[in-house]
Ligand binder design. Sequence first.
Ligand SMILES: [Zn+2]
Length: 133
Amino acid sequence: MGVTPMPRGEFSKPVRRDALRRSGGLCEASGPVYGLEPGQRCNAPLSHGVEFDHYPVPATERDSDGLGNCVACCKTCHGHKTRTFDIPIQAKTKRVSDKHLGIRPPSRLRSAGFRPAEPQHSATREIRRKGEV
Ligand SMILES: [Zn+2]
């Protein structure tokens, strides 16, 4: 039996429907991972657009596409988590996997590396999140 890999980050339609129903139409994201206080739920109305986030199992993991790992959340929460949580996790996963496969950096010589990115100035409005001053 051939296995067709599911595109990464895809929940099935029934899972999306169930997650949205469970959410009551309000963003389910909660806690620091989404830029909120511990235990605080976002509750933003999802009528303007809902996104489905993989949590707590990263989308890169097997069996991450079930309802229990599907968070119906608003764009703001999803974006915050993607920037601050998912991308660092994925980078780490990749490094670990490379090491496992015997892929090593081409040289032990280290350059100074990249400077940290400049603060972003292109946002059209200031993004202020709950829990941040
Ligand atoms: Zn939210």
